[in-house]
Design a protein around this ligand. Sequence first.
Ligand code: ZN
Length: 126
Amino acid sequence: MNRFLGKDADGIPRAEVMCPGCKTVQVKKGWNLMEKQFVCENCGVVFVPLKRLWQEEGRRGLYMKYDVFKTGTNEVVRDCFVLRPDKDPAALAALRTYAETTPNQKLGTDLLAWIREIEDGGVGSE
Ligand SMILES: [Zn+2]
């Protein structure tokens, strides 16, 4: 399970990563988590847990990546932003904040269940 934990008090990103060798979960901190090779503190295996999650997305700004259509009318919806929490740890963190903040309790519960599902599946695993 690899999980983006958001930023700490210093504003530095943190992520929880699992060693593919011994399955130890470790918290890593820093600006270059996306491409970084980690050496497992426990078994010494070298791994790059977050590489696939970030890929090309890291270098692009805001652009129209998705066309969004309203269900029922097929009307194009502008001024919206599509998040892919299954592929993007920042989207997962945003979704968690939304789930914990929305006044719609049922929606919040459903979203938290989805988040658990994504995390159990291992974000970034094949
Ligand atoms: Zn290990």
